[in-house]
Design a protein around this ligand. Structure first.
Ligand SMILES: NC(=O)c1ccc[n+]([C@@H]2O[C@H](COP(=O)([O-])OP(=O)(O)OC[C@H]3O[C@@H](n4cnc5c(N)ncnc54)[C@H](O)[C@@H]3O)[C@@H](O)[C@H]2O)c1
Length: 460
């Protein structure tokens, strides 16, 4: 990294200290530790190691630690069936990173940066348990590490309620007898990567970073310029942390609005209207769907309401959460029940909430199964990334053979557009009078037989 590149991130005003700090990181004088080596932590380790940073990883899970030690960075939950090109996010690289299930192994490694990547949710709610677990350990490592010219830096990459910085992070540091600004800097550098596909990676996505002081922001921004093409400094750590929560909440709102249109205007092709509306320069495109799933978006309002001190302080967010709580039932009543009338056997395709990933958290597939089964139908679920046993355990239904069993079903609900579902000539597999419900219109252009009733969610 040369000076010009450091200047490019526009954070090193006068920048001697940040430049020297970066030099120490690049020379290996200062190492970086990653606490929690799941999706987020492992990809941080990978990119840092590729950039030549001396890295150490700590995780409770022996399996994750073994994967990292053997150069396997992606968790098995992320599946790239046929990556067109090998990128840092899809490669298996022979990088040597010290990974351990014993956090004390960090003590002798001259660690100057601690990146916190532990989970911060439990079910549908934010949870600070893992953060509270690792912070005293990080402080112990800092206390046991000989002091260099710079304070140690703790950066929270996990999504947090911003006020946890005041309520949890800073008190843990003070309890350990460390002084903010003298012994330790604190910052937030939330993640926004999208692990499906190769476009939105840690390297390509602009990285918002902020520290508790401008000096901290400057050091943290310089550090992330090593692995991120664009670094965007926030006013401070709180604003950086809030940015993550707000951007997810904005998506939550946009998607909910699209879904509200699908329910409220069932005679219209609202998917089509929203697509046309998005041709206006300042309107993003949202497609109505079977519901909002995943690790991040459905939880965003909870982080925001926690920060605001209650749903009543951010009334609009609370109303949207209430709308989503009963959303699939409403969509079913407004559009799907009529279509599925007389369909005694329904095949549901896709358990994951996103294509080509083994991630089922809060997937709309669960609501679909619940509603359809309640009406006494025979409902079966297939997902190429889950075994029959896993499907039974996670969703409480039996599986079916794809594609050969589809002919035995009156209706097919495509929840997740996994690549195998797109590659198959599905029109030749289904019954000639089948009903198709397609979450995002992935089969819209298929030449279905005339007797097939095809319905794209939101399309009237
Ligand atoms: N996955 C995403 O797409 C994504 C995107 C942006 C932000 N985030 C945020 O990043 C954070 C981490 O998410 P993730 O997807 O990497 O989670 P993950 O479940 O894939 O990984 C978390 C890892 O932390 C380990 N862990 C749990 N408790 C621990 C503890 N007390 N000490 C040490 N290790 C511990 C687990 O064993 C696991 O390997 C969360 O705050 C999440 O909201 C995730």
């Amino acid at each position: 990294m040369d000076d010009a590149r450091i200047g490019e991130v526009q954070v090193v005003a006068g920048g001697t200290e940040a430049r020297e700090f970066l030099g120490a990181v690049r020379s290996g004088e200062i190492g970086a530790a990653v606490w929690g080596c799941g999706h987020i932590g492992a990809s941080a380790l990978f990119h840092l190691a590729v950039a030549g940073v001396r890295c150490a990883g700590y995780d409770l899970s022996p399996a994750r630690v073994q994967d990292i030690a053997q150069g396997r960075f992606l968790t098995t939950a992320v599946t790239h069936p046929a990556p067109r090109t090998i990128t840092p996010d899809t490669a298996t690289a022979p990088l040597l990173i010290r990974a351990s299930t014993d956090w004390r192994d960090m003590i002798d490694q001259r660690i100057g940066l601690h990146l916190v990547c532990v989970p911060t949710d439990h079910g549908r709610d934010p949870s600070s348990a893992a953060l509270e677990d690792v912070l005293p350990r990080i402080c112990e490592v800092i206390l046991a590490t000989p002091r260099g010219p710079w304070p140690a830096v703790i950066v929270i990459e996990s999504t947090i309620v911003p006020s946890w910085l005041d309520e949890i992070v800073l008190p843990a540091i003070a309890r350990a007898g460390l002084e903010l600004g003298r012994d330790v800097h604190v910052g937030a550098a939330p993640r926004r990567d999208w692990f499906s596909g190769e476009e939105h990676t840690l390297r390509t996505l602009p990285r918002v970073v902020g520290g508790t002081t401008s000096e901290a922001t400057s050091l943290i921004a310089a550090f992330y310029s090593l692995i991120c093409q664009t670094v965007k400094p926030a006013k401070d750590a709180h604003h950086a942390a809030l940015t993550k929560v707000v951007e997810n909440a904005l998506r939550y709102h946009g998607i909910s609005f699209a879904n509200a249109l699908a329910v409220g205007l069932p005679r219209y092709d609202t998917a089509h209207v929203l697509e046309l509306a998005s041709s206006k320069w300042n309107i993003p495109y949202y497609h109505p769907s079977l519901g909002i799933g995943g690790h991040c978006i459905p939880l965003a309002p909870q982080y925001l309401m926690a920060e605001a001190g209650g749903g009543e302080r951010v009334e609009l967010i609370q109303q949207t959460v209430d709308f989503n709580a009963g959303y699939f039932e409403r969509l079913y009543a407004a559009q799907l029940a009529r279509l599925l009338e007389g369909c005694a056997r329904v095949a549901v395709l896709g358990l994951a909430y996103t294509p080509d990933a083994r991630m089922e958290k809060l997937s709309p597939a669960f609501s679909v199964l619940k509603t359809l089964r309640r009406e006494g139908r025979v409902v079966r679920l297939h997902d190429p990334y889950y075994s029959a046993d896993e499907i039974r355990e996670l969703a409480g239904v039996e599986t079916l053979r794809f594609p050969e069993d589809l002919k035995d079903y009156d209706a097919v609900v495509l929840v997740t557009a996994h690549t195998p579902y797109l590659q198959d000539a599905i029109e030749a597999r289904i019954r000639p009078d089948a009903v198709i419900i397609d979450n995002f219109g992935a089969w819209r252009a298929r030449p279905f037989p005339d007797g097939v009733r095809y319905h794209e969610v939101g399309a009237g």
